[in-house]
Design a protein around this ligand. Sequence first.
Ligand SMILES: NC(=O)c1ccc[n+]([C@@H]2O[C@H](COP(=O)([O-])OP(=O)(O)OC[C@H]3O[C@@H](n4cnc5c(N)ncnc54)[C@H](O)[C@@H]3O)[C@@H](O)[C@H]2O)c1
Ligand SMILES: [Zn+2]
Length: 360
Amino acid sequence: MTPVGAQAISVGGRYDVHVGPGVLDRLSGWVTGGRRVMVIHQPGRTALVAGVLEQIRAAGGEAHAHEVPDAEAAKDVSVLAGAWQALGLAGFTRDDLVIGVGGGAATDLAGFVAATWLRGVDAIQLPTSLLGVVDAAVGGKTGINTAEGKNLVGAFHEPRAVLCDPTWLRSMARPDLVSGLAEVIKCGFIADPTILTLVEADPASASDPTAAVMTELISRAVAVKARVVDADLHESGLREILNYGHTFAHAIEQVEHYAWRHGDAVSVGMVFAAEVAVRSGVLSPDVLEHHRTVLRSVGLPTSYAGAPWEQLRAAMARDKKSRGSTLRFVVLSGVGAPQRLEGPDEQVLIEAFTAVADAG
Ligand SMILES: NC(=O)c1ccc[n+]([C@@H]2O[C@H](COP(=O)([O-])OP(=O)(O)OC[C@H]3O[C@@H](n4cnc5c(N)ncnc54)[C@H](O)[C@@H]3O)[C@@H](O)[C@H]2O)c1
Ligand SMILES: [Zn+2]
């Protein structure tokens, strides 16, 4: 039976992202008939992993568990090799299944394992972090890091399904949860104003994994990413709007040596992009103010003065998304109306930075 309040968001008709309390029950449909299932999981999600293994066995599947190191340490070629070895030893064939359990790092690795084993076997993702469900588990990007940089090796491999019960997020550290909300709010600004209304109506519930509104916020953010990713298959370039706030965010992350949480940097980055848009004459100042009120309501940062402008400007020029020395930004002309801004006036950028650095 469909749990009350659970949602299924279709990604281009190819697979569904199931969000809501009790969605784990939906797993059994994929694990019948003696299918071998490798559950690749990060450390720490013990009760969830036990529940997944039990569910596989109850449905007649052959359950295997494979723990990988936490966070980015999972996205390493040695860990990948360990997972391949586990699949080989357990005799995994083309008809078998890989399940990823954990944050975005664990699901990125598990997806890449599935993409590469026998040139591609089925994957199902069970993201346990907010960023993991609204960003990493949707869109089919999988991969690992190398010494030369993050996500340099990977493959497109869409999962058969994504399941996320928001109550799995209960154990997340609050700053990580709030940071993930920045990507949700980003989806609100680029495509779905209802997200902003829901967050502002009750900011405390918006960061509470047990509140009903969490299911709706996740579902709406997933729906935005699903729509964009799918449209991008036909009209290349649309996916870029998901990078709203990310040009300046990547610069902060670089100069802070990745000590800043990604979502926190995106939060400031969106304010910066809105400052640029207002000063370039494409956005009205009240939408800029709206950025500050929504982001602050959940405790996200809206200012950054940790490094001089020259350093941030140089970091933006190095970003892989920029073309030569010309900076490219996604800006808004209104809520839900993103557009590209290429090579904005340097004076505008400096003024936008000054505003973001001042507005403590
Ligand atoms: N594939 C994509 O399209 C895509 C998109 C965005 C991000 N990513 C990737 O996702 C990763 C970031 O995701 P993330 O923020 O989930 O990071 P993460 O996987 O490193 O998890 C962050 C921390 O949260 C912990 N955690 C996860 N779920 C938890 C829970 N329920 N309770 C307590 N702790 C929990 C993890 O153990 C880890 O320590 C990066 O590797 C990034 O490259 C991929
Ligand atoms: Zn992001």
